[in-house]
Design a protein around this ligand. Sequence first.
Ligand code: HEC
Length: 162
Amino acid sequence: MWNRSLVFAAISAAGMAGAAYAAQDTAGIGFPEGYRSWFHHHSTVNRSGHQPEGNVGIQHVYVNDAALEGLRTGKFAPGATFVVDRFKYVEQDNHSMSQGDRKVVAVMVYDPQRYAETGGWGFQAFKGGDPAQKAVKDGGQACFVCHIPHADNHYLFTRGAQ
Ligand code: HEC
């Protein structure tokens, strides 16, 4: 028969397992192979002084076919994916800027069941564009915070299909 301490140990172990699952898992989000041939939606330059500083750079937003369809119809299907490809910029002569090293490839994948805690979007980021260097370890919570004000637009900054 179980004694009290054994029962307590069993309950604690269950509790810890529960805590481990509390943050949804985004480790399974893979590198968006081929995104450079997806639809290029727009580019933005965040100049020096922009906050947060980590987002300074030239960034290009790409959308896959399902995401483009979602932008057109206002309804996203599971698998719809957005990518931000962010680069350092290099000041050139004659007030020009050119693209420098890649900083990050940031991804949002729509799967409302799997990523219910972050508006249906799974967030992941690949440092330096390296498929092996996944940067998101908190289930996407820190990413999501910035996207929450865009709840009226499916948590997206990007609007419209052009
Ligand atoms: C400080 C605020 C902030 C945080 C934190 C943030 N984002 Fe964003 N995100 C933005 C802004 C601003 C844009 C619009 C970029 C543009 O239009 O060039 C954006 C756009 C995106 C897009 C393109 C789809 C869209 O919403 O327009 C993706 C993908 C994305 N972010 C992924 C991420 C990931 C992954 C993380 C966490 C690693 C993250 N974001 C954290 C501000 C943030």
